[in-house]
Design a protein around this ligand. Sequence first.
Ligand code: ATP
Ligand code: MG
Length: 426
Amino acid sequence: MAKTIQAIRGMHDILPGDIPAWQMLEAAFRELAQGYGYDEIRMPLVEKTELFVRTIGEVTDIVEKEMYTFEDLNGDQLTLRPEGTAGCVRACIEHGLIHNQVRRLWYCGPMFRHERPQKGRYRQFFQIGVEAYGMAGPDVDAELILMTARLWKKLGIQGLQLQLNSLGSREARRAYRDVLVDYMSARMDELDEDSKRRLRSNPMRILDSKNPAMQALIEGAPRLSAHLDEDSARHFADLLAILDDAGIRYTVNPRLVRGLDYYEKTVFEWVTDRLGAQGTVCAGGRYDGLIEHLGGRPTPAAGFALGMERLLALLEETGEQVAASPPHIYFVIAGDGLASQGLVLAESLRDWRPGLRVVVNCGGGSFKSQMKKADRSQAPLALILGEDEARRGEVAIKYLREKRPQESVNQAGLMAYLEELGWINE
Ligand code: ATP
Ligand code: MG
């Protein structure tokens, strides 16, 4: 036998048993997005490498070591998208979607990062992303947060904590950068290799370090909040006031800097302590400078992305079971030459009631083995077309989940009989 081939490490099949939970989340989010006037957009999975280098920033974990980059047959440098914002902004500029107008968008799909696979951290993972363009005020920042809070409620997820911070304007960050460099430079011997490198290239990133040995140093660093510009400080205060009015609880976390370069002013994360080290379920913020940076007209923007695997893990952890949808009817065809009669009858059932779930036993087999399959299918009802039934123009009905005698009905009267049962509309 040939050697089997396995999936790539960190890239997972989503098996049929897990699909109901995924579909439930997707449907819940779609309805939520509609409730706030956000439209779906779908972008390619592959973009020019340059797009990500320019938007995410050269000195970030993603661009430095996590991107799946390759040269295609034309010699173009391409990258599997590690996140959605860059592609979304590119699409909006390219198609004039944000030209003199506000635009609310969302997308959902796989992202790719070459990270060390572990629970809640994969090399292909799914995000739902939301982006709001053309609105500069804290109102839309609040709207994005309210939207996420509503999603947790809708899904029955409790105990997620909202952390917020303001990164200030780019100018304020530049001033803070100098203060931070002074602080870090005086403690060179405590910096790890990554941080030493970042001290020169992008010192703010040091605050984002996950290295436990660096945490005390980071804790003692000067705070960005003391260096905020007036506009950002007001923006942040106004956002907090809206959240207070809306009854959203939050913690201001001055250490929150986010892993991507393009954020300014508001940043936020929803975190949980129930998923081990991978506790951030949703993260976002404002990135007013990005569109201009990519060659578009200056356009304020804010958004967030949530990690679907982490959210589903949290749902599972709370014991939430999403029910599958078994067939309504399992159709047993027990007799030679009855396949076409059976398939045609099943078609007429599907014509009669769109949405009816009918599984026809294809591939033959003994009556006994077909009944076993019927039972395993979880269908409440088996229809049986045997040689006797076929000769009489009838079909037998066997109840698989209740004690009730088997009956035979005329094929022409089958729909009326099923109608009587009532439950088939479910
Ligand atoms: P982390 O700090 O956990 O690496 P991040 O800051 O890199 O996250 P973002 O780029 O902001 O993450 O992505 C938004 C969300 O996508 C995260 O909060 C998380 O829920 C999810 N996510 C990010 N990377 C992964 C991954 N490798 N596997 C699974 N989910 C991920
Ligand atoms: Mg990361």
